[in-house]
Design a protein around this ligand. Structure first.
Ligand code: RET
Length: 258
């Protein structure tokens, strides 16, 4: 573990603690909101809540791992010899990234066969992207990091292409009142996902070891909050709006002209 100063240690410590609370709160919100949307959209909310629940658990473990990697003695920070475990983050992504894509697909309510084929293709590409990124993340030298990072970028670009090209046509078939929101969710997904490879490249800069470690942890943490809790809330808004169009406003029934 690189040596860091007390300020950096506490910044990361507080960020992990805050993120655990945010993910846990988002889970409760998403699961408790199930009854506010029509039956077709409930699984989108269940999956969104599952993503934040998995993240809450992992942030708790990440927090503990950070705490045991360093100790503060007489105001001076020292490494304990126990390495900070990056695997929690990657296992979290391995589970949540495919689910995040599925949650976007579900809220669009495509045909069953389209939902199935897009979920499998995108879910598989997402898992491959994470698996290929991990050896680079834990490598000590930048050459290894660059090789795995480049390999991981291939499925990443495929996902981005699918989100814009493949889902673009389906978005055009969505009700007018939700098109903007769905495009917003896609944009937020794209922007937050684009942040991860940038954070991954921080070790290529010549900031000191402690600053690199701090920036990488804070960077991934911010991206996770946006990609999971932020997109989750947008998916909730889309589900509420589509339910109003398809099932009527809460308290009203949809009447069809005869
Ligand atoms: C890695 C390795 C370097 C190249 C690329 C990467 C992409 C990571 C992404 C992660 C997304 C994670 C999410 C988590 C939230 O649940 C693995 C950093 C392209 C896009 C959305």
């Amino acid at each position: 573990m690189p040596t860091i100063d007390v300020g950096q240690y506490l910044l990361v410590y507080n960020a992990f603690s805050f993120t655990f609370a945010t993910m846990a709160a988002a889970t409760l919100f998403l699961w408790l909101s199930r009854s506010q949307v029509g039956p077709a959209y409930r699984s989108a909310l269940v999956i969104s809540g599952l993503v934040t629940a998995i993240a809450a658990y992992h942030y708790f473990r990440i927090f503990e791992s950070w705490e045991s990697a360093y100790e503060v003695r007489n105001g001076v920070i020292q490494v304990t010899g126990l390495a900070f475990n990056d695997a929690y983050r990657y296992v979290d992504w391995l589970l949540t990234v495919p689910l995040l894509l599925i949650e976007l697909i579900l809220v669009m309510r495509l045909s069953q066969s389209e939902t199935m084929s897009k979920s499998i293709k995108l879910g598989f590409a997402a898992a491959l992207m994470i698996v290929l990124g991990y050896p680079g993340e834990i490598a000590d030298d930048n050459a290894t990091r660059a090789i795995w990072g480049t390999l991981s970028t291939v499925p990443f670009l495929y996902i981005v292409w699918e989100l814009f090209k493949g889902l673009g046509a389906s978005i055009e078939r969505q009700p007018e009142s939700v098109k903007g929101l769905i495009k917003g969710a896609r944009m937020l997904t794209f922007a937050s996902w684009g942040f991860y490879p940038i954070v991954y490249m921080i070790p290529f800069t010549n900031m000191g070891g402690g600053s690199v470690e701090t920036a990488v942890q804070i960077g991934y943490t911010i991206a996770d909050i946006i990609a999971k809790a932020g997109v989750g809330v947008l998916v909730y808004m889309i589900a509420v709006r589509k339910s109003a169009v398809e099932y009527g406003e809460p308290g009203h029934t949809v009447t069809t002209a005869s």
